[in-house]
Design a protein around this ligand. Sequence first.
Ligand code: APR
Length: 250
Amino acid sequence: MLTKTKFTKNDKLVILTGAGISAESGVKTFRDSDGLWENHSVDEVATPEAFNRNPRLVWDFYTARFKQLQNVKPNPAHFAIKKLQDFLGENLTLITQNIDGLHQAAGNTNIIEMHGSIADSYCNKCRRRITTVELITNLDQGQSNKCTQPWWFSCEKCKGQFRPNIVWFGEIPHHLDKITRRIQQCTKFLVIGTSGTVYPAAQLLVLAKRFGADTIGVNLDRPENVSYIDEFHQGKSGKLLPFLVAEWTS
Ligand code: APR
């Protein structure tokens, strides 16, 4: 017996996931290599200032991430969450900080991507949306034509610049009103694979606890905000979650 928690179909569950849930799929987490992300500092590739300074570098970086993700598959932790959703239906809200689309690939719905998604891009002036795959196809064609102009990321309608739909440091996460409403109503809050160091995401656990939810955590290391977790399971989510979900729903 791993857990004292039991779910009923009337429970309203909010789940918050972070990079750790995708680690066993082969996606690197952010804070395990000297604060560098794939050999780049956050200031070089994950701020609006970095994009204004050097859009080419930022796009090269996200193009490489996008291409890497094409070969990545959901792991047992993503599928365990899908099982939990099959049990709870609409009563499960899945908030993710991840941009990798692996929850969708596992079949989950009702997902709030608070830090955006690498699958979409938008013009920073007129906000027109475009799929990242379309932009990257243009980029590849431009490079093979030895095109010297950065035409591939400029919006032909307004001459703004396309950027990935990713919430960078210093920007406000998406859907905060909806997230707050769901947390106010939830009876249980489950946090998986996140270091609890990036705000406001790290505050959501605290908020859930204040609104009276039972809080559960699954993480490889003890997250910064672990004191707000009622039932903490230390270990890999791909190993633990399939067993936990089976017990929670039995
Ligand atoms: N199972 C569970 N937890 C894991 C696993 C695993 N297999 N592997 C690693 N972890 C844990 C680590 O112990 C760590 O606490 O996942 C956490 C990953 O932390 P971060 O790399 O800081 O990722 P995250 O919390 O999602 O980052 C938040 O910061 O860089 C920004 O916007 C970016 O969304 C990201 C945000």
